[in-house]
Design a protein around this ligand. Structure first.
Ligand code: CP
Length: 323
């Protein structure tokens, strides 16, 4: 397939065929991560800058590992250690980084649309690692790889997504991807954390968690995004946990073989009990593992995709270098 996207800004830009192509590409990269020598020459000579204006453990680390396993040169910049703290604008920061000729900038930013803003102004590829409350496309893709790993396919699945929906970029990307690939999405959370318009997106919306859990194949729990005014929207964390948390008792309403997902970071004892987070149905670390393969796929495709060959042997890479 001809993958004609230089940037990865959101799930919105992809159709079902393209999403399946990304998921298949990620699956082909997964095996590399279990080898003794976890490195292929695919992106040798390419430079990737991870520009993170917000905290991250999983996304930043896995983009870095993904780039390194593809032999790219990876550089990490966090806002706190950059000249942003001296007042430099996003555009000036990005233009200065681009003057050093990176091939791809992976960016996380608190402003929705920040990655689109850069993509319109820069010549290099831009990959969205989470922009405000807008999109987190690589998270939705790794969630999809994990659901397929455990359930075989997305089509026909009932996916319950529960928590702080208003402030979640993960949910926006997931709703779009799951609907495009044939799954049904149920949403539940406190009324103060349910944005208007979810039904128009094709979701079934519930104010009681039990209704969303009934017969679900997949349960995805989201944390309250306290850094985005979440705290003022609920009476107390204790009350939130009581009415909207996932525990062994209400999990029994889902299908017996339902899988439990969480994008992380988890707030144990708030949206999910430790018994469930560590229980037999959780696939949370599978999500993290699949994140590396998905990010390898996104870097590979943004860097030119099929023109590269991640299975290249020494002969092939010498030919590539000769070019
Ligand atoms: N899921 C996720 O985006 O985690 P991090 O904030 O740790 O990157």
């Amino acid at each position: 397939m001809n993958f004609a996207h230089r940037h990865v800004l959101g799930i919105k830009q992809f159709n079902a065929e393209e999403l399946n192509f990304i998921l298949d590409t990620a699956k082909s990269f997964k095996e590399i991560n279990t080898r003794k020598i976890k490195k292929v020459p695919t992106l040798r000579g390419r430079t990737i800058v991870n520009l993170f204006f917000e905290a991250s453990t999983r996304t930043r680390t896995s983009f870095e590992i993904a780039g390194k396993r593809l032999s790219a040169d990876t550089v990490n910049i966090s806002a706190s250690s950059s000249s942003v703290v001296k007042g430099e604008t996003l555009e000036d920061t990005a233009r200065n980084i681009e003057a050093m000729h990176p091939d791809i900038i992976v960016m996380r930013h608190s402003a929705s649309g920040a990655c689109h803003y850069l993509a319109e102004r820069l010549d290099c590829s831009v990959i969205n690692a989470g922009d405000g409350t807008h999109e987190h496309p690589s998270q939705a893709l790794l969630d999809a790889v994990t659901m397929i790993q455990h359930k075989g396919q997305l089509a026909g699945l009932n996916v319950a997504i529960i928590g702080d929906i208003t402030h979640s970029r993960v949910v926006r990307s997931n709703i779009d991807l799951l609907h495009k690939l044939g799954a049904s999405v149920r949403i539940a959370g406190p009324k103060t954390m349910l944005p208007p318009g979810l039904e128009r997106l094709g979701c079934k919306v519930f104010s009681r968690v039990a209704e969303a859990l009934e017969g679900a194949d997949v349960v995805m729990m989201l944390r309250i995004q306290l850094e985005r005014q979440g705290k003022t929207l609920i009476p107390s964390l204790r009350e939130y946990s009581r009415y909207f948390g996932l525990n062994e008792k209400n999990l029994a309403l889902a299908k017996p073989d339902a899988i439990i997902m969480h994008p992380g970071p988890m707030n144990r004892g708030v949206e999910i009990s430790s018994a469930v987070a560590d229980g037999a149905q959780n696939v949370i670390l599978d999500q993290v593992e699949n994140g590396v393969a998905v990010r390898m796929a996104l870097l590979y495709l943004a860097a030119g995709g099929e023109k590269q060959n991640h299975d290249a042997d020494e002969g092939d890479i010498h030919e590539q270098l000769a070019d």
